[in-house]
Design a binder for this molecule. Sequence first.
Ligand SMILES: [Mn+2]
Length: 322
Amino acid sequence: MLKVDELITDEIKTVGISGHILPDGDCIGSCMGLYLYLKKNYPAVRTDVFLEEEPPELKIIKDIDVVRHDFKTDVERYDLFFLLDVEKTRTGGAEALFDKAKTRINIDHHVSNPGCGDINYIRTSASSVCEMMCEVLDFERMDTDIARTIYTGIVTDTGMFHYSCTTPLTMRLAAKLMEFSFSASDLVEHVELERRFSQNKALGFLLTRSSLQFDGRCITSYIEYSEMQEQGFCVQDLDGAVSQLNLTTGVLCSLLAHGDADGRAKISLRSKSDHINVAKIAEAFSGGGHIRASGCSYQGSAKDAVKAVLPHVEELLKTLPE
Ligand SMILES: [Mn+2]
């Protein structure tokens, strides 16, 4: 098993860390958890973190201001470079820094990544890279800030420990982090449950307009671009709405469409089971994604987009075993 402490020899003077584009809780949690760990235990080593701008709810992460959003550095070649939660083509600006580094380390849990470093630790059964950080870092050398930061990524990548990626090992490692005295409950509430006022209003709008199709097995909703402007909603305000629709009792899949400024509609699809592959529907409209979560777009209004996609949903529901 890879141990970070074994990599930080006396020769190591500079360390670079990066993750994926549109960084999420796991990406930022693992990058910043590693940064804080190195800062605490190896203060003489210069450690730089390169990531795109973080979402607002993650600004609470300790020392988040050190992140270099411009991917610029005066270090010619890093002695070590860590790529976390990603393979190198989706880093958004760190690929060249990674390629030039003397030793490249890749830690990831994505099935699609075979490993792109000199040293790779890929464990696809891990809920999150933050879970893997519990293995590669030493609990004895952590502090409360490090534990809280890593815990953040486990919480977000497991959907607060409810996605099927959550294993007994995930819980055991998370429990060890919890022993550092931080409020896990406040953290979950802030990072996962709280919504902006405008986001709550948008959710209310979409829930009010939602309707059931095919004997309640599918739920749909939509909002036109002109309505978003009238109501003062931005695209980010629609985040999480399709997942909420999908939590309706009896529903097997959900469909949400919203208009955009170019007269197109963006469609999000969710399914509750692996038997309903919504990626297939998205592919019929030149989109894609995963079995249970996919997306595509449509030339026309959001209302028409729902109409256009529904026959595909009906076809898919017909294939279900009785
Ligand atoms: Mn992840």
